[in-house]
Design a protein around this ligand. Structure first.
Ligand SMILES: *[C@@H]1O[C@H](CO)[C@@H](O)[C@H](O)[C@H]1NC(C)=O
Ligand SMILES: *[C@@H]1O[C@H](CO)[C@@H](O)[C@H](O)[C@H]1NC(C)=O
Ligand SMILES: *[C@@H]1O[C@H](CO)[C@@H](O)[C@H](O)[C@H]1NC(C)=O
Length: 480
């Protein structure tokens, strides 16, 4: 039997064909940036393709054919990919005038990994897995009339995104994977501080939790994760914020460590964090095989993203989590996680629950929950698909929202903002194990309303019976 036959036979999700699903919002063949100014001295190095990106299990290959080219007056963005597009006049917001030093840009090393939305900003993050990433934290305007190859605008400005940091302050953002937006108009992220040059990873800055006030564009808080909460294999690639918008000072961040198999909990009020261990944070040994975009490979990523429900009757949310190399869904109450004593006790009794197996080929990168309806969206990397699961219903009701083996390769970020769903796909396996064609669309942001996305799926069946608020997840079967 060929592989495709195995996959379709063993795949239990119901594929529903409808006009619902997702719409392609933005598309990029390659990433470019809204450059700070004409005449800015820009250094570009032409390099071969980066090998090894997100998974810690990849072998890096040093690149031999490196050359440097310096442009004094970048003024074109020609079909040969050499040269730099000057900043259009209408894209100056967010950029802050002159930038010290040179900007190193190698488009082949710019792979978007995170997407999230706040008001008219669609944030796009580009981790520094190699040199040539001009800016790690960026956005584009959600209402931009241009939807194709829109240049990224560094956020909150160019200066704080420049590497190397010539200011001497050591506060520049080094490498950001994914960002969270909270109900108090703040942007949260982990700056890994690591420039992951193959064979020569350099810790430029300690691993730091950073919070930006989105109304003022100011960094309002930085917290260095204590070294004893990190492991040699640590990879902090996402985070989820637990907050009640009437108590902005009392937020918690839950930060999965996909490489070190742990969960870090940070309390904003206490400005303190603790690390939790549990066997459920590990990879599942039989679920590490991936077949994506024609490439077979094995990954060992553990707990990858965590998702919060609306508060339950006891006032605490349920946190769902899963490993990337895994097909099970687990959960734990934030009542446990927020209490360091309970969270770090050596025997957890039944605080952590196994919700069940989502089925073969259901390996999931990121996921998020639409809190009013309790619908979770999951990026199914082995199926080039987005799935949904109404957390009020049995796990077996998980359904496919959309699948596209050509256009949706590697859903790497999934975010619900208000009543909308946003998904970023970045074709990463092709980047890692094949060769991206930078003249074709490689990166896409998809979206829809939650209601539209789940139309015709098993996820929509109970949303209309919502009792008009955040308690909808209390309807239906209860997994407690
Ligand atoms: C490794 O990176 C550091 C900092 O970027 C640099 O100084 C050093 O020369 C690099 N070493 C090698 C072997 O490339
Ligand atoms: C929070 O902790 C960090 C340690 O990383 C410290 O630098 C910072 O000043 C603290 N902030 C507050 C508000 O206490
Ligand atoms: C944490 O849980 C322990 C054990 O149940 C309890 O004694 C303690 O009061 C809790 N701490 C907080 C801050 O709630």
């Amino acid at each position: 039997m060929n592989l495709l036959a195995v996959f379709s036979a063993s795949f239990f999700l119901v594929i529903s064909v409808s006009a619902a699903g997702l719409k392609e919002e933005f598309a990029w063949t390659r990433l470019s940036y809204a450059w700070p100014s004409n005449g800015q001295r820009v250094q570009r190095q032409i390099k071969g393709q980066l090998k090894g990106y997100e998974s810690g299990s990849v072998n890096y290959e040093a690149n031999k054919d490196t050359q440097s080219i310096v442009f004094e007056e970048p003024d074109n963005f020609g079909g040969n990919g050499i040269g730099v597009r000057p900043r259009p006049e209408n894209q100056q917001a967010g950029a802050s005038g002159n930038v010290d030093g040179s900007i190193d840009y190698q488009y082949e090393n710019n792979i978007p990994m995170g997407a999230n939305v706040w008001r008219n900003k669609l944030f796009i993050t580009v981790p520094r897995r190699r040199l040539g990433v001009p800016s790690t934290l960026n956005y584009v305007r959600l209402d931009s009339s241009n939807r194709y190859n829109v240049p990224l605008i560094p956020y909150p400005n160019w200066n704080i995104n420049i590497y190397p940091d010539t200011s001497g302050a050591g506060q520049n953002f080094v490498s950001v994977y994914r960002v969270a937006v909270d109900a108090c108009d703040r942007l949260w992220f982990i700056d890994t501080g690591l420039v992951e040059i193959p064979g020569n990873a350099t810790q430029v800055r300690p691993t730091t939790l950073v919070i930006i006030d989105l109304n003022t564009d100011q960094v309002i808080h930085s917290y260095v994760i204590p070294a004893d909460q990190l492991r040699t294999a640590t990879q902090l690639a996402s985070l989820t914020i637990d907050i009640d918008k009437t108590a902005c000072g009392d937020a918690y961040a839950y930060i999965p460590d996909l490489g070190g198999y742990g969960l870090i909990v940070y309390s904003l009020r206490e400005n303190r964090s603790w690390r939790i261990t549990h066997n459920y944070f590990y990879l599942e040994p039989t679920a590490g095989e991936f077949f994506i975009s024609g490439h077979n490979f094995q990954w060992n990523d553990g707990v990858f993203s965590v998702e919060l429900t609306a508060p339950k009757r006891d006032g605490y949310r349920t946190l769902y989590f899963h490993s990337m190399a895994g097909t099970h869904m687990y959960k734990v109450s934030t009542r446990i996680l927020r209490n360091e004593t309970l969270a770090t006790r050596s025997y957890h009794e039944n605080d952590f629950r196994n919700v069940g197996d989502r089925g073969t080929q259901s390996q999931t990168s990121c996921a998020d929950i639409h809190k009013p309806s309790g619908v979770m969206f999951l990026g199914l990397v082995n199926q080039n698909a987005l799935a949904c699961w109404n957390t009020n219903l049995p796990l077996s009701s998980i359904s496919s929202v959309q699948r596209d083996d050509r256009k949706m390769i590697y859903p790497c970020d999934v975010k619900v903002h208000n009543d909308n769903i946003y998904v970023l796909t970045n074709a990463m396996p092709e980047f890692l194990y094949g060769r991206l064609n930078y003249d074709e669309v490689n990166f896409r942001v998809w979206s829809n309303t939650v209601e539209g996305a789940i139309q015709g799926t098993a996820c929509s069946s109970t949303t209309s019976s919502s009792n008009g608020g955040n308690r909808a997840e209390n309807n239906g079967p209860n997994y407690n």
